[in-house]
Ligand binder design. Structure first.
Ligand SMILES: NC(=O)c1ccc[n+]([C@@H]2O[C@H](COP(=O)([O-])OP(=O)(O)OC[C@H]3O[C@@H](n4cnc5c(N)ncnc54)[C@H](OP(=O)(O)O)[C@@H]3O)[C@@H](O)[C@H]2O)c1
Length: 267
């Protein structure tokens, strides 16, 4: 008997990693619920996937900072397709500044986009997944989920929170056959690093333009994770060992990272 195609809900699907992940999943026959605030971008992507792959899509205009909209998004996807196999919590924002100079509104936007909506999406999706016999939740963290960096400390804190949340949930919800994957991307070539406001950063802060990873690479890694359900995915893979080194030798890691930034800016 043919397996029914997976129903996958992707947040932050209007751009970057979310849109690339939708493009990576469509050829496998997944049915896709695409969520973000920019309706035009979602509809363009849905029509591209329909015409290229015949993908069954649902677009869900959602501001994840509004928690009622997060629940409504999950319920609408489940209602439309009759099930929800995979939830990819990918929507996120980046704000960079020294902690002492970052406006409180930026700190709130970081936590209210990168962390709390994930908690609420899981609370909405988990009972639906449990009732259908299981599911898979993929949370998009960051390399800075495991090692804080200067000028990204608050963003990093939101991603640490996400990693800790996911580790706890992995065990709490195992009895309901709900599997969790945390994805740890390095610097990926999307609008996020391209358009970040640099006005509060030191002038010679490195922009890492030359070392950004193509977005398709992380999208393919997420598409593979949908099939294989690993606990963690690092893109690039070697970052797992760099982060392990930072955890084992935090003072030395501070020195090396500090030198990298101070060489450019004696802040
Ligand atoms: N790019 C990197 O270097 C990098 C590295 C590590 C981790 N990540 C993580 O990867 C994820 C995706 O980032 P990206 O690089 O693809 O960024 P991006 O190109 O800027 O896309 C961000 C996505 O999040 C959505 N989003 C932002 N705020 C939202 C809100 N309030 N409600 C609903 N959707 C919202 C945006 O859609 P709308 O604006 O249309 O709402 C957009 O689709 C994020 O969680 C980010 O932290 C990125």
């Amino acid at each position: 008997m043919q397996q029914p195609s997976l129903v996958v809900l992707i947040t932050g699907a209007s751009a970057g990693i979310g849109a690339a992940t939708a493009r990576a999943l469509a050829p496998a026959g997944c049915r896709l619920a695409l969520a973000a605030r920019r309706k035009d971008r979602l509809e363009e992507l849905a029509s591209e996937l329909r015409s290229r792959h015949g993908t069954e899509t649902l677009t869900l205009v959602t501001d994840v900072q509004v928690l009622e909209q997060v629940r409504a998004m999950v319920e609408a996807a489940h209602r439309h397709f009759g099930r929800l196999d995979v939830l990819i919590n990918n929507a996120g924002v980046l704000r960079m500044a020294p902690v002492l100079a970052m406006p409180a509104s930026d700190m709130e936007a970081l936590m209210n986009t990168n962390f709390w909506p994930v908690v609420h999406a899981v609370r909405a999706a988990a009972p639906l997944m449990a009732a259908q016999g299981g599911g898979h939740i993929i949370n998009v963290g960051s390399g800075v989920s495991r090692r804080g960096l200067p000028y990204m400390a608050v963003y990093s804190a939101t991603k640490f929170a996400l990693a800790g949340l996911t580790e706890g949930l992995r065990i709490e919800l195992a009895r309901d056959n709900i599997r969790f994957t945390t994805v740890y991307p390095g610097v990926i070539d999307t609008d996020m690093p391209r358009n970040v406001d640099r006005s509060r950063l030191p002038e010679d802060y490195p922009d890492h333009t030359g070392s950004r990873i193509p977005v398709e690479r992380v999208a393919q890694a997420i598409a593979k994770a949908v099939r294989t359900k690993p606990v963690e995915v690092y893109v690039p893979g070697w970052m797992r060992y760099a982060l392990w080194f930072c955890a084992m030798c935090p003072a030395l890691a501070d020195k090396l990272i500090g030198r990298h930034y101070k060489r450019r800016s004696p802040v």
